[in-house]
Ligand binder design. Sequence first.
Ligand code: BTN
Length: 325
Amino acid sequence: MVLTPGQRTLLGLLADGEFHSGAELGQALGVSRAAIWKALGKLEALELPLERTRPHGYRIAGGVDLHDAAAIRAALGDAARSLLRDINVFDVIDSTNEQAKRAADPLNGSGICYLAERQTGGRGRLGRRWVSPFARNLYLTVAWEFDGGIAVVEGLSLAVGVAARSALAAVGVTDIGLKWPNDLLRSGRKLGGILIEVIGDPQGLCRVITGIGINVAMPAAAAREIDQPWRDLSDCRISRDRLAAALLEQLLPLLHDFPERGFRAYRREWEAAHVHQGRPVRISTGSRVVDGIARGVNEQGALALECADGLRFISGGEVSLREGP
Ligand code: BTN
């Protein structure tokens, strides 16, 4: 579903959370009250808490925190701004990662950011769905080109976890842990995740699509669709634009410098933030299960697992980790 310019304007007017009369909205948009009524129906389909009351008019209780690409760009420091080629904000899209892949074009280069208010097909690791309600959480993807194939980006997803943790600290959220390979946890529950996809030549010029999802203010109805313990930042009152800017501030220099610095520059920080460091864990790879003690990660981002028969290194991919027996 795509919002028409009129519906977008209407949403912008209601974003303040105050009551607006049908006459006022009709006048602002230059349409009849009946047309406003119809457009409001569209907004309700976005599962926004729209109230219609006879004496007061209409409001979205609590308001809506909509993205503003110009505000995000303006919040960046010079270094990150110089690395940002473009920000594309979508009202509704299947997935910002999918969009980044569709838009891939050899002339399109690095530093293209995709943000969505809502994803209808948000994807997580291991083929899971990423619950992505309208204007409540953060769905951000950055496309970057690397020459030298996937070998150059080994460990990138873990480094992005370190960057996301630093971004959250920069906006005042300092209680974030990391879980191998790339979950962001808050009080032991999932706050966010990272999905990296690579397209192009795996040995040569490839485009790396880095998607980050962070639960900012998850509505109760959407939360019922999440199949794991989760957390959000609703107690922190952080605007999604501020968080998006903080992420880009960390992520763009990381992507730019990664061929030179690699994961080794982030490894110690990653291990210090790993919630399972030195603890028993169980790794599941499809039908296989391996138990051991998490002893850190190597320079490729593989988990060092101390098993009964010695040290094993487990690569990310189709693997999940949970606390061990
Ligand atoms: C995970 O922990 O399973 C990874 C979740 C990644 C979600 C983000 S939201 C932005 C981007 N678009 C998607 O469809 N997925 C990623």
